[in-house]
Design a protein around this ligand. Structure first.
Ligand code: DP6
Length: 331
């Protein structure tokens, strides 16, 4: 099934788009990762995942219809080349709503996170774009539908439509209408996410091709959906009982298991830099010394630390450059 067929009931091709207001979507960090697709067209996952949204860190996007043959796409005040992969993906997404050859857009996008640095800017980017398109084309979609729409741009974007803890239910349907984010009724004041930037440059293999290579070539991948399903349950229990150790252990184990499947691909996918491993070893040492902190990592070299506010001062002494977000405020 292709994307247009999925959206056929929601979109009226005769709608004339208008300028949208600036729409915001937060970045999200997965505690149980999405890695591998059962449908590449629709970004339908092999496993359910769970994330926490990063409050004010994310993407602001506005759509302005323009009288010009091609889209004009701006990212953080730079006009991007229409041939760049990012522009191609954005224009292809907008094609879902417009008739061929009719109407182009100026898309202005501001990221408050480093683009393509493993901090999932495509997730907040497509979630904000889906919200802006919803407004511009007067689609009047509810949040679950918006999440489905965002997923068609980038899988993890379906979680960035929501704040707080979000489960992406994998769904069973071929059209993916049951595969979307759901906000969990849990808050955790005092929970901290620390961003440790090892390297903020563009990564050489993006998540999309990385996960496909893993599915296609890593025998180890077969065990991944099983582990992810167990981890998801453990995380939900940890959230319900506010058991930070269980949360941190499960998230760290899940991220390392995902990286094991990447390393087991061919050609091998190793997103770590020597500094990434050095950071991990520091965190394991600090844990041995009694500091409660865990890490997670996505398809990049950077680490995201998970800890409680009680450990904030101590950890800032070890990682003075770390940017700290408290998605639910102070404890
Ligand atoms: C490692 O959502 O970027 O960050 O669906 O192909 O756009 P596409 O992939 P994307 O993959 C994110 C992978 C991850 C894990 C996660 O965020 O769950």
């Amino acid at each position: 099934m292709d994307k247009s067929a999925v959206l056929a009931d929601w979109i009226s091709p005769s709608n004339t788009p208008v300028t949208s207001t600036e729409q915001f979507a937060p970045s999200n960090i997965a505690l149980c990762k999405y890695w591998g697709k059962r449908d590449k067209q629709l970004n339908l996952p092999m496993n359910a995942s769970l994330s926490v949204s990063l409050g004010h860190l994310g993407t602001h996007t506005r759509l302005v219809p323009i009288d010009y043959p091609t889209d004009e796409i701006w990212l953080n005040s730079d006009r991007l080349l229409p041939s760049s992969p990012f522009c191609q993906r954005v224009s292809a997404f907008l094609d879902l709503f417009r008739q061929p050859g009719r109407c182009s857009f100026r898309v202005t996008t501001r990221n408050s996170i480093p683009t393509a640095a493993g901090l999932a800017s495509s997730a907040s980017g497509f979630a904000a774009l889906a919200k802006a398109a919803n407004e511009s084309f007067a689609l009047d979609l509810n949040t679950e539908q918006l999440s489905v729409l965002a997923r068609l741009g980038s899988g993890s974007a379906c979680r960035s439509v929501f704040k707080g803890f979000v489960e992406w239910q994998m769904g069973q349907r071929d059209d993916g209408l049951d595969s979307h984010g759901v906000q969990l009724p849990v808050t955790w004041p005092g929970l901290c996410v620390g961003l440790i930037k090892v390297d903020a440059s563009e990564k050489s293999t993006d998540s999309r091709s990385g996960m496909q290579r893993t599915v296609d070539t890593a025998h180890l991948y077969q065990s991944w959906p099983v582990q992810a399903a167990h981890d998801l349950e453990k995380l939900k229990q940890a959230l319900a009982s506010k058991d930070f150790e269980r949360l941190g252990q499960t998230a760290e184990h899940n991220a390392l298991a995902m990286h094991a499947t990447m390393i087991a691909s061919w050609p091998p996918l190793v997103y770590w830099q020597p500094e990434s491993l050095a950071m991990m070893q520091r965190i394991w040492k600090l844990r041995k010394e009694g500091l409660s902190c865990y890490f997670t990592m996505d398809a990049g070299p950077n680490l995201k630390l998970l800890f409680l506010q009680t450990e904030l001062d101590a950890l800032m002494r070890y990682f003075p450059e770390m940017e700290v977000i408290q998605p639910f405020g102070h404890g």
